[in-house]
Design a protein around this ligand. Structure first.
Ligand code: ADP
Ligand code: MG
Ligand code: ZN
Length: 697
């Protein structure tokens, strides 16, 4: 195979996919593949992995076979390829025999550039692949082959003989799994000892990272969604029951939201997923069962209602936001209740020690008081040197105050409670609560009862969490979450050690949402979205197969007027140009016109008059009566334009009308004049003469 040089690849990229440049690592990976090397590509979700085998498929002879774990995934990618005018098909066991035969035929004739198949069905093609010209094997979601990975799929293990059967066909394995053990295992399972590894940065700068304490979660979520009308988002939570409960609450508030979890009937689940992908349902409340194999590129926000059990899971889930590279907001709710619950789950697992450690890292991230992205990427072995400027900590760095006295009071309460009470009771005692819990145990008599009455319950809880994080307090999860002291606490109590705590952030003022909502509705983006939706519906494909949000945004910015300008839009290649340029250009042009202040009709006539057109020419052009054009010019004159009206009328005619006026004192309108002149003077002239008389009585 001839080496394809770089500018040819860039040309293919634009013509077929509509992009001007490669994303990080794409070019290097593609070049390796084209040089017949086996490759392991590790790129974050949304990093553009598909292109790493789709573009080589176009540049190579023969067919590229893509192994993909889910039918939905295959279908969407094939739809997207076909929309770009690329010959692609997928096979699965549920297709009709006729369709399956057709696919066999296409493969035999070498008509397909890309062929997608699930690992379960590979066997069906074993002999056919030997007969035809094979270009490349692409193993998507390759971590499924590893039992170390989080989505192990037994059928993937069939792939381990692939290299043996097709020693001369290069293999590219792709995954977003960052974990090194899994990476090694993938290559071992696939027997690709010499594969070149490409590890892309896991930084996803377009994801905004935010963590909030889990108080009034539902209320916070509703405000969050209300501020983002028409945006797609996912809310993850721990239990199936909760997904349903939250979805219902949101529906009560008028949002279109659906629950999704593994306990639902398969048909129902598939439908919910389809509805989400096709923008019919913008909000999904799901367990972590949701998301694998969803290529929806315009998820604009991801909320974690509960704390995930580790950072891998968290990162993968927030990674489903903003795959189109546009900003997406991620929000994690952090509660100690969740930590306690997760610890309980973990204590029942075989791998408890490792999982505890991972949970602890998750907690540390949630409690970070400096740049979240630094903390997150550290975990994945990437070390940012500068704060990201795009997370809650960078945006509103915490301020600190000297909390030594407060800490002493808290610690002393813990001592007097003999380190036997949970956080809630410690807070009650400190605030002097008068509830049964306190009275039953006689806690109103201890010395620190009511020592910090001036701090609210919630705030005090937040301060205690900070003290836990700083290692002043300790929490014993195994014994009903009792709060205890650490050696550090003793230094604070007895050795004058100082403590700094972060000042708590007060709730932000509410966004004025009604204004934003209506402003957005009139925007071009909204119109393009609607158009895209209509086209997608007609063609029976997800909306983003027509165009991604990024392309629509680019149209909104570039406002293309010609096909050449349309071709400049990101995501517009030759095929989409041919299919969609006309209709999108029309919508954009109409929008432009609707924005232009409408020129009043009399001014339009005057404009033509200034351009030198005669009255009859203007009338013809504007499809109006000449009478109307005269009236327009007269009106312009009355508005102060220097029009020589005496061009149209003689002084005798004006005098005649003046005389008529004296006789027709009570006349209303122009008709009496018209009759007076025995219909020999046209209406416009009478009107004009009366006007002149009023100017020069
Ligand atoms: P992954 O499989 O790594 O999660 P995808 O292959 O689904 O990511 O790509 C994510 C998004 O990025 C898609 O919308 C895709 O069209 C887009 N994309 C891929 N390559 C480029 C590029 N070179 N320029 C702009 N967008 C790209
Ligand atoms: Mg992918
Ligand atoms: Zn930051």
């Amino acid at each position: 195979m001839a080496t394809v040089i770089q500018h040819q690849l860039v040309h293919l990229l634009k013509t077929h996919f509509g992009y001007d440049s490669f994303l990080p690592n794409q070019l290097a990976i593609i070049e390796d593949v084209l040089n017949q090397r086996d490759v392991l590509a590790i790129m974050p979700t949304g990093g553009g992995k598909s292109l790493c085998f789709q573009l080589p498929a176009l540049a190579m002879n023969g067919t590229t076979v893509v192994v993909s774990p889910l039918i939905a995934l295959m279908k969407d990618q094939v739809d997207a390829l076909c929309a770009n005018g690329i010959a692609a098909a997928y096979y699965n066991s549920s297709q009709s025999p006729e369709i399956q035969q057709e696919i066999f035929g296409q493969l035999k004739k070498g008509e397909l550039k890309l062929f997608y198949v699930a690992p379960e069905s590979l066997g069906v093609f074993a002999s056919l692949f030997k007969e035809i010209n094979m270009g490349l094997f692409a193993i998507d979601e390759a971590h499924c082959i590893s039992s170390w990975g989080h989505d192990f799929r037994p059928a993937y293990t069939q792939l381990n003989s692939l290299k043996e059967q097709f020693p001369n066909v290069p293999v590219i394995a792709l995954t977003a799994t960052a974990d090194r053990t899994t990476q090694d295992d993938i290559l071992e399972q696939l027997s690709l000892p010499k594969a070149k590894r490409h590890l892309a940065s896991f930084n996803r700068p377009n994801l905004y990272l935010e963590v909030r304490p889990a108080q009034n979660r539902i209320k916070q979520i509703i405000e969050f969604i209300e501020a983002r009308p028409d945006e797609s988002g996912i809310i993850y939570c721990l239990s199936r029951k909760n997904t349903e409960k939250i979805a219902e609450r949101l529906q009560d508030y008028g949002f279109i939201a659906k629950a999704y979890h593994a306990g639902m009937a398969p048909g129902n689940r598939a439908k919910t997923q389809e509805d989400f992908i096709n923008d019919r349902v913008p909000i999904i409340v799901a367990t972590i069962a949701f998301g694998m194999g969803i290529d929806k590129s315009n998820v604009r926000w991801v909320i974690h209602y509960n704390l995930p059990k580790n950072l891998e899971g968290y990162y993968q889930e927030i990674g489903r936001g903003g795959r189109d590279g546009l900003p997406a907001h991620t929000l994690l709710f952090y509660s100690f209740g969740d930590v306690a619950q997760l610890r309980k789950f973990i204590s029942e697992s075989d791998n408890a020690e490792v999982e505890y450690a991972k949970l602890q890292r998750m907690q540390q991230f949630a409690e970070a008081l400096s740049c979240r992205r630094i903390a997150l990427l550290n975990y994945f072995g990437e070390h940012l040197t500068e704060s990201c400027g795009h997370c809650d900590m960078c945006n509103r760095p915490p301020k600190y105050f000297d909390a030594t006295v407060l800490t002493q009071k808290i610690c002393s309460a813990v001592v007097r409670l003999k380190e036997k009470e949970a956080m809630g009771t410690v807070i009650d005692v400190l605030r002097g609560a008068q509830n049964a819990q306190v009275y039953d145990k006689g806690l109103q008599h201890i010395k620190t009862y009511g020592a910090v009455k001036d701090i609210s319950w919630q705030d005090l809880q937040q301060y205690m969490i900070q003290l836990l994080n700083q290692g002043v307090l300790d929490i014993n999860f195994k014994e009903s979450a009792r709060i205890g002291l650490t050696p550090l606490a003793k230094q604070v109590l007895f050795e004058g050690k100082k403590v700094q705590l972060a000042v708590l952030e007060k709730e932000k003022p509410k966004v004025k949402r009604t204004v934003k909502r209506s402003a957005e509705k009139t925007g071009l983006f909204e119109k393009l979205r609607i158009l895209r939706q209509e086209i997608a519906k007609e063609q029976g494909v997800p909306a983003y197969v027509v165009f991604g949000d990024a392309s629509l945004k680019d149209m909104e910015t570039k406002l293309p007027k010609t096909e050449a300008e349309f071709m400049e839009v990101s995501g517009v290649g030759q095929s989409k140009l041919e299919r969609y340029a006309a209709i999108f250009l029309k919508t954009i042009a109409e929008h432009q016109v609707s924005l232009k202040p409408k020129v009043p009709t009399h001014e339009q006539s005057y404009q033509l008059f200034l351009e030198g057109l005669s009255i009859s020419e203007i009338a013809k052009k504007r499809e109006l009566k000449e009478d109307t054009i005269y009236a327009h010019l007269q009106r312009m004159h009355s508005e102060g334009e220097a029009i020589n009206l005496s061009e149209f009328i003689t002084t005798e005619e004006i005098d005649q009308v003046r005389d008529a006026q004296k006789q027709l004192v009570d006349a209303e309108g122009l008709k009496p004049y018209h009759e007076f002149f025995e219909e020999k003077m046209p209406y416009w002239k009478i009107r004009l003469a009366l006007y002149m008389c009023s100017l020069y009585p």
